[in-house]
Write a protein that binds this ligand. Structure first.
Ligand code: UT7
Length: 330
């Protein structure tokens, strides 16, 4: 009989070698360790220096996840890369496929900003639940330092670089217990990494657009308000679908944007601090990488154990947000 459930059977992560502490940022913009720590909980972030690349970090994280799952790259049917900062705008998933030697796998990128990992998890699960694929590698990776305006103190103190990965496998019982995904494009203007081009005449009568992507812009207050309201709602929805109550959650792993958001969401849901996984102090906001990075650290520290129930939620540009409830391991 075909296994149409899914299990998350391995995780991995990788961050660049170079740390950038809050104090050093005051050499760039008018800020302080005190401001950054009290408003965000961030103390340092990792920054990818050349020749570190997105596909390089993602490949290291992937190898760990594949080995933890007890399979080989040749077993993979699908590689999904959730990122907004590929090395190549055409996508970086195929490069990772080649690096891994995952010859059988089809590979493509998925863009959903800081919601990318949760959107990717649900997307990957659909391929398994329909019986099409058995082994899927899902990567969340971002190098936002490439796209930060280092003169804008409202954003440059927040972001960091990293990669995380998980392997999803067909399983007899379904460990993805519930999910809910949401988008609201009417609020798109609150967080952007937008293309800005101007019209140039190619030949008489035909104009093309020439330009580049502009650095990240964000209305921090609006995004904060959105996150604190929408994230508890969407977790509640996913819990309802899973037929579980809040007290049955063992771990809450939110997108690591800001410690104050983590605290506010946990408080609204009535989840005690000791169940909230946080590593935002060490890595800042690593966008699509933040959830798998936090998950992998907690698994390797022995906090998360087989059968633990995890509630996760990603939120950010789009605006987009989503939650998934899953049980760790087979
Ligand atoms: O992954 C995507 C999701 N993104 C997020 O989750 C971000 C959500 N938003 C936030 O986390 C918060 O809004 C921030 C951390 C970005 C900002 O915190 P805040 O408490 O909302 O501060 P604020 O924007 O209201 O700024 C307060 C003051 C302002 O000065 P004035 O106008 O009161 O004189 C800012 O100019 O702090 C100033 N400020 C800074 N001061 C020192 C802003 N950035 C800095 C800075 N250092 N880096």
């Amino acid at each position: 009989m075909q296994n149409l459930g899914i299990a998350i059977t391995g995780s991995g992560s990788a961050v660049p070698a170079t740390s950038l502490e809050n104090q050093r940022l005051s050499e760039l913009v008018e800020t302080s360790d005190e401001w950054i720590t009290s408003r965000t909980g961030i103390r340092q972030r990792r920054i990818a220096l050349p020749p570190e690349s997105l596909s390089g970090l993602a490949t290291i994280a992937s190898r760990q996840a594949i080995s933890a799952a007890g399979i080989t790259p040749a077993d993979l049917d699908l590689i999904l890369l959730a990122t907004s900062t590929p090395d190549d705008l055409f996508g970086s998933a195929c490069k990772i496929q080649a690096e891994l030697g995952a010859t059988k796998a089809v590979a493509f990128d998925l863009t959903a900003a800081c919601s990318g990992f949760v959107f990717g998890l649900v997307t990957a699960a659909q391929y398994i639940k329909t019986g099409v694929y058995q082994n899927v590698l899902l990567i969340g990776a971002d190098i936002l330092s490439r796209w930060v305006d280092w003169q804008d103190r409202r954003t440059c103190v927040l972001f960091g670089d990293g990669a995380g990965a998980v392997v999803l496998q067909a399983n007899q019982s379904d460990r993805l217990l519930g999910f809910s995904l949401k988008s609201d494009g009417t609020q798109n203007h609150y967080l952007n990494l937008a293309y800005n081009g101007s019209s140039q005449e190619l030949i008489p009568g035909i104009n093309v657009t020439k330009g580049t992507y502009e650095p990240i812009t964000m209305n921090g207050k609006e995004v904060y308000r959105f996150a604190v309201q929408r994230v508890p709602e969407v977790i509640d929805k996913a819990l309802f679908q899973a037929n579980l109550s809040v007290d049955q959650i063992d771990w809450l792993i939110l997108h690591q944007a800001n410690q104050r958001i983590l605290n506010a969401v946990a408080q609204r849901l009535n989840i005690p601090d000791h169940k909230v996984i946080s590593n935002v102090a060490n890595y800042g906001n690593t966008s699509a990488a933040s959830i798998p990075l936090a998950l992998d650290e907690a698994v390797r520290q022995g906090k998360i154990k087989p059968n633990d129930i995890i509630a996760t939620s990603g939120f950010g540009a789009g605006l987009s947000w989503g939650a998934a409830i899953f049980q760790w391991g087979r």
